[in-house]
Design a binder for this molecule. Structure first.
Ligand code: ARG
Length: 512
C-alpha cells in the first residue's frame, strides 16, 4: 500500500546532499548543549511555575517537575538513539519516514508543526507578559486593550516579537546561533541569581505541607475520576492539589522540558551528529532538571502558594517584588524577556527545518524548500511560519497554547519511542553511535508515562489536537500522497520496469 512506503535511512541521508537544498554544517557539541538549554529554559519556568503552584501542586511543584523530567529523560534516550542513527534535518519526522512509512511520517511532521508553531506563539505571549511587567508604571506602559488576548483584544507585543524573530532567522543560522549563546548566558545568570538570592528569602514554613491535601469535589473522590481528561468529558470539576493535582501539574510543566528534541532537528547542521546530538540532548536535559527543581522550591518557599495569582503572567518577578526585593523583580523581567525570545527563535527555526524536510520530500510543495542564495536559510518556509506564529500569538492565551503543545509533543515522544524499538528489530544492522540502554524497557516506560501525562490533559485539549490532526489527514490525502518524491520514484520505476519488460522492480524504491 502506497501510504506505507518507507524511505530507507540511506536514502534519507543521500537526499540531504542536493546542492539546491543543502544546509551548512557548522554546529559543534557545545553549540548543541547551549542550543538545548536555550530552548528548554523558557515559559515553563518563567510563567507556568506560578500557575501550576497556585492551581495544581502547591510546594509539590518540584515533584511535578521531577515526574515530567523522568518522562522526558526516557523519551530523550530514544531521541538520542534515533538522532545518531538518522542524522538529517527534520527530527522525528525523518526518523519515522524511515521506520514507519510515509503516512506516519506525515502525521508526525504535522504534529511537530503544531508543537513548534504553537510553541513559538506561546513563547511570544510569555515574552509579552514579562515585557509588560517591566514597563508597568513607566510612561511606555502597554495599554491593556493591546496587552493580551484574554484581557484586551490583541496581544500586540507578542505579534511584534514574533515578526522580529522571523527576520533574524531569515538572515542566517550562524548569526542566530551566536545571538543565542549570549542570550543563554544571560538566562542562566538570571536563573542562578533567582536561586542564590531566593535561598535567603525562603521561609521553610511555606513548604509545609509539601503536598497540600487534595481538595476533591464530591464527584471526583478517588481513582480515575480524578484524571482531567475524564472530569472535563463528564463536565465535573477536577480535583486540585493532592497527588492527583501534582500529576496534573506534571502534565502542564512538561512544557518546560520540551525542546531537547529540537536539538535533533539540527542534526543535519552538526559537524559530528553521531556524537554531538546525544550529548546535546541529554546534557541540556540534565542541566535544566536541576535548575527547575531549585527554582520551584524557591518560588513556593519565598511565597505561600495560596498567595500566588494563577493568572500572573510574570510570577517569578512577582515573588521577589512581594518579598520587597524589587531590583530582583526587574532583573528577572529583563532576563526573562531576552530568554523567552531566544526560545521563540529556536522553535521557529525548528519548524522551518521540519517543513523544509517535508517539502524536500514532496509532502509539501517543493518550492518551499528553496534555500536563500546568500543567507543559506530556508527563507520561504521561515516567512510563512513567522506570519502564522504572529497571528496565533496575538489572539490565544498561554494556557491553551501550552496544553496544546504538550499533547502534540507527548504524542510525538510516544511515536519516537516505539519507532526506536521497532527499528532495532527491522534494521539491527544500522550503525548506531548511541544506543538506548535496555531499549525495550525504556521505550515501553517512556510510552506509558507519556500516555499517562496525556490523560492528564483536558478534553478541550484533546479535541483541538484531534481537529488539527484531522486537517493533516485531508492535506495528505489531497497533496502529499500524490506529490511525494517516493511516489514519483515509484511511478518512474514502474514505468522503467514496464519498458524493460520486467514488472519485478516496481515499488522497490520504497523498500528498505
Ligand atoms: N518544542 C517546543 N514546543 N517547546 C516549547 C517549550 C519551550 C520551553 N521548554 C519553555 O519552557 O518555554
Amino acid at each position: 500500500m502506497s501510504v506505507m512506503r518507507t524511505k530507507s535511512v540511506e536514502q534519507a541521508i543521500k537526499d540531504t546532499d542536493e546542492p539546491e537544498t543543502r544546509l551548512r554544517k557548522d554546529l559543534g557539541a557545545a553549540d548543541l548543549v547551549v542550543f538545548g538549554i536555550g530552548v528548554l529554559i523558557g515559559a515553563g519556568i518563567f510563567v507556568l511555575t506560578g500557575t501550576v503552584a497556585a492551581s495544581n501542586s502547591g510546594p509539590a511543584l518540584a515533584l511535578s517537575f521531577l515526574i515530567a523530567a523522568v518522562a522526558c529523560a526516557l523519551a530523550g534516550l530514544c531521541y538520542a538513539e534515533f538522532a545518531s542513527t538518522v542524522p538529517v534535518a527534520g527530527s522525528a519526522y525523518t526518523f519515522s519516514y524511515a521506520s514507519f512509512g510515509e503516512l506516519v511520517a506525515w502525521i508526525i511532521g504535522w504534529d511537530l508543526a503544531l508543537e513548534f508553531t504553537i510553541g513559538a506563539s506561546a513563547l511570544s505571549v510569555s515574552f509579552s507578559g514579562y515585557l509588560q511587567e517591566l514597563l508597568a508604571g513607566t510612561p511606555v506602559e502597554v495599554p491593556a486593550q493591546i496587552g493580551s488576548a484574554s484581557g484586551g483584544f490583541i496581544d500586540l507585543p507578542a505579534v511584534v516579537i514574533a515578526l522580529v524573530v522571523m527576520v533574524l532567522l531569515i538572515r542566517g543560522t550562524k548569526l542566530s546561533s551566536r545571538f543565542n549563546q549570549v542570550i543563554v548566558a544571560i538566562k542562566l545568570a538570571v536563573v542562578a541569581t533567582v536561586i542564590v538570592v531566593g535561598i535567603t528569602l525562603v521561609d521553610p514554613g511555606n513548604w509545609v505541607p509539601f503536598i497540600p491535601e487534595s481538595q476533591p469535589t464530591p464527584d471526583t473522590e478517588g481513582g480515575f475520576l480524578q484524571l482531567p481528561l475524564i472530569t472535563s468529558l463528564l463536565g465535573i470539576e477536577p480535583a486540585v492539589f493532592g497527588v492527583a493535582g501534582m500529576v496534573a501539574g506534571a502534565a502542564v510543566v512538561f512544557f518546560a522540558f520540551i525542546g531537547f528534541d529540537v536539538v535533533a532537528t539540527t542534526a543535519e547542521e552538526a559537524k559530528n551528529p553521531q556524537r554531538d546530538v546525544p550529548i546535546g540532548i541529554l546534557g541540556s536535559l540534565a542541566v535544566v532538571t536541576v535548575l527547575y527543581a531549585a527554582v520551584s522550591l524557591i518560588v513556593t518557599g519565598v511565597q505561600d502558594y495560596r498567595d500566588i495569582d494563577p493568572s500572573d503572567a510574570a510570577p517569578l518577578a512577582t515573588a521577589f517584588n512581594a518579598a520587597g526585593v524589587s531590583w530582583m523583580g526587574d532583573l528577572i523581567s529583563v532576563g526573562a524577556c531576552v530568554g523567552l525570545v531566544a526560545v521563540a527563535m529556536i522553535l521557529m527555526m525548528g519548524q522551518s527545518r521540519v517543513a523544509f524536510a517535508m517539502a524536500r520530500d514532496g509532502l509539501l510543495p517543493r518550492g518551499l524548500a528553496k534555500v536563500h542564495p546568500t543567507y543559506g536559510t530556508p527563507y520561504r518556509i521561515t516567512l510563512i511560519t513567522g506570519v502564522v506564529v504572529a497571528a496565533i500569538a496575538g489572539f490565544v492565551d498561554l494556557q491553551t497554547l501550552a496544553s496544546l503543545v504538550n499533547i502534540g509533543t507527548l504524542f510525538a515522544f510516544i511515536l519516537v519511542s516505539i519507532g526506536v524499538a521497532i527499528l532495532r528489530r527491522t534494521r539491527p544492522d544500522l550503525p548506531r553511535s548511541f544506543r538506548t540502554p535496555a531499549v525495550w524497557v525504556v521505550a515501553v516506560l517512556a510510552t506509558l508515562m507519556c500516555l499517562y501525562l496525556m490523560l492528564n490533559l483536558s478534553g478541550e485539549t484533546w479535541l483541538r489536537f484531534g481537529i488539527w490532526m484531522a486537517i493533516g489527514f485531508v492535506v495528505y490525502a489531497l497533496y502529499g500522497r500524490k506529490h511525494s518524491r517516493l511516489a514519483e520514484r515509484e511511478r518512474e520505476e514502474a514505468a522503467a520496469g514496464r519498458s524493460a519488460g520486467s514488472a519485478g522492480s516496481a515499488g522497490s524504491a520504497g523498500e528498505q
